[in-house]
Design a protein around this ligand. Structure first.
Ligand code: F6R
Length: 600
């Protein structure tokens, strides 16, 4: 949520900042701004809306070699120009960008800023006014900045410019991500490495509550007590072309199409020379010795976790509970004696999941993160990490990360089963290879799936997705995809549960997408379809070859029964994509959302 960039060097800053912000737009896109310094003073440009609008508002004539920028996802204060960052102190000396939530902003305002005029509804403005206030007392910006940071509670990544000093950007973070990028004669800051790959691939990680001064040729990191810290940069293992759309109209479509490659990459990464599973032996040991696995995740990753439960319980015979992170934090169930916690998170930055991780670590339990971003907060803070190898996922709606999560969970489940000496008639790497081919075949049927979106969803205001067992979990994901990008109200439901109330919503023409990929419930789900059809529903049946019947709407090729979610979700993703496209929705950047949800 919210993206931050900064630059200090020899070149004109504006274009570098704007390009970086365009790459960070996935983190929030309701308002944006930049602040740059030159010999005339500080220049701030802010707009409500996207970076494209900001670009139009920036005065080309203003030249500068130091600046900071921000793209916002509103938390405190509505999306507006006034609430957009950078926020400026009353004397206009300091300008500041912030990602996160300052939990004690009201206390700080009441204690330190009595009589100070505030110009926005944000928690962020409090920080910039506080720095000015402390500097007025201390007459030392460095000290004032450090003291202000010490007073903040909550999550933040912060960058500050001082109009009186065009040689430094003041930077700090707590819980929210922020990196310093290292260049030759310049340095940058960025919420993630992707955004600044156009200028550098070397980055220095910052730790929580360090106070950092970024200069042209130096990065000065100190702890809050002033102790100097030296840290070597790492090289980001990313290719700039991974974050371009190429010939695709949308990142979402590109990422749907990338799924077969991602599955093959996972096979390659988790296979040894004998074609057997290769997995960190500490992870194996942690799985082997746990009496219960708790999967913690949000949204799409939670849906992958539900499938993970089926895989681990069926194959490895370890009991699994799956919890929505934001609920678990406040409503923790009784835990088993020897639990292992698995955090599933594409971004590795989700604040709700991190809040659970922090609590679980305090309790002394073991933790494993399954993520697409190995250097992310959840990855760094957990005991072990399994990498998804899905490549950057830019579209807000998650697609390839979801299938990658389920593939890695399948490998983990089989590895545990084998380590426990259980007999299995299931070779996950071979079965995943079949899945990858099947995904490819499905991605080639876009026209047919676009037809389904047109036939079933063109006019509707709502839709239902039903299934039983593992198909129910895919239905939840199908409904989430549809609602988040097309704004059609959609619900995923267990097929047998509709008749206990929700069937009252079925009327003439209500679209009901039913999944039928599981032999054991094929009869039962079809009976549920009849129940809704006889009440007027427009039923779209997506079945698996071998279980299909005449007049099914779409038949997917056969894959192993436990891995059907990896393929049955592809028509769901494409249906959502085309439904959104037909409604002229902004597929990659749906309203009110952001890619990485770093606030609780
Ligand atoms: C939906 C979607 C979200 C995320 C959720 C968790 O398409 O992407 O529901 O799955 O916000 O994010 P991560 O996986 O980054 O923890």
């Amino acid at each position: 949520m919210c993206g931050i960039v900064g630059y200090i060097g020899e070149n004109d800053t504006k274009e570098i900042l704007l390009k970086g912000l365009e790459k960070l737009e996935y983190r929030g896109y309701d308002s944006a701004g930049i602040s740059v310094l030159n010999h005339e003073g500080s220049h701030v440009f802010k707009v409500k809306g996207r970076i494209a609008t900001l670009r139009e508002s920036v005065d080309e004539g203003v030249k500068s070699t130091i600046g900071i920028g921000h793209t916002r996802w509103a938390t405190h204060g509505a999306p507006s120009k006034e609430n957009a960052h950078p926020h400026v102190s009353n004397s206009e000396r300091f300008s500041l960008v912030h990602n996160g939530v300052i939990e004690n902003y009201a206390e700080l305002r009441d204690e330190y800023l009595q009589g100070v005029n505030l110009n926005s509804d944000t928690d962020t403005e409090i920080v910039v006014q506080l720095i000015e206030k402390l500097n007025n007392d201390l007459n030392d910006v460095d000290k004032a900045f450090r003291e202000a940071i010490g007073l903040l509670k909550g999550s933040y990544a912060i960058a500050v410019l001082d109009r009186e000093n065009d040689e430094a950007i003041y930077v700090a973070k707590n819980k929210s991500p922020l990196l310093v990028g290292v260049g030759d004669g310049f340095n940058v800051i960025s919420s993630d490495s992707l955004a600044m790959l156009h200028v550098t691939d070397r980055f220095v990680e910052l730790m929580d509550q360090e106070s950092v001064i970024v200069r042209r040729n130096e990065i000065e990191i100190r702890t809050l007590d002033g102790t100097r810290v030296e840290r070597e940069p790492f090289v980001a293992q990313l290719d700039a072309s991974d974050i371009e759309k190429g010939t695709y109209p949308h990142f979402m479509l590109k990422e749907i199409d990338e799924q077969p490659f991602v599955i093959r990459k996972i096979i390659q990464e988790y296979q040894d020379d004998q074609d057997e599973i290769k997995l960190d032996s500490d992870v194996r040991q942690a799985m082997m010795s746990s009496d219960r696995v708790y999967i913690i995740a949000c949204g799409t990753s939670y849906h992958a976790g539900l499938v993970g439960k089926q895989l681990i319980e069926n194959l490895a015979k370890v009991p699994v509970e799956v919890h929505v992170a934001s609920e678990f934090s406040y409503n923790m169930p009784l835990l088993s004696d020897n639990p292992l916690f698995i955090f599933i998170s594409q971004s590795g930055e989700t604040a709700d999941s991190r809040a659970v991780l922090v609590k679980i670590k305090e309790l002394g339990h073991r933790t494993l993160t399954i993520t697409n971003v190995p250097g992310s907060t959840l990855s760094r803070e957990a005991d072990y990490t399994l990498h998804l190898h899905a490549g950057p996922e830019i579209a807000v709606a998650s697609t390839k990360a979801y299938t990658a999560q389920m593939a890695v969970l399948a490998i983990l489940a089989v590895d545990t089963a084998r380590a426990k000496g259980l007999e299995l008639d299931f070779n996950p790497l071979q079965e995943l290879a079949i899945v990858a081919n099947t995904m490819e075949a499905l991605c080639d049927q876009k026209e047919a799936i676009e037809g389904i979106a047109r036939d079933f969803l063109q006019e509707t205001r709502n839709a239902f997705f039903i299934g039983r067992g593992i198909d129910y979990y895919v239905g939840l994901e199908g409904a989430l995809k549809l609602k988040e990008i097309s704004y059609i109200q959609a619900e995923g439901f267990a097929g047998g549960e509709l008749k206990h109330g929700t069937i009252a919503l079925i009327e003439d023409g209500t679209p009901v997408v039913a999944l039928a990929t599981q032999e054991s419930v094929n009869y039962a789900i079809r009976a549920n379809v009849q129940e809704v059809v006889s009440r007027g529903a427009n039923a779209c049946i997506i079945s698996m070859k071998g279980l299909d019947r005449d007049n099914d709407t779409f038949v997917i090729p056969q894959v192993h029964e436990l891995l059907t979610p990896l393929v049955s979700v592809i028509p769901m993703q494409l249906i959502a994509y085309y439904a959104a496209l037909h409604r002229d929705c902004d597929v990659d950047k749906p309203r009110n959302l952001a890619k990485s949800v770093t606030v609780e």
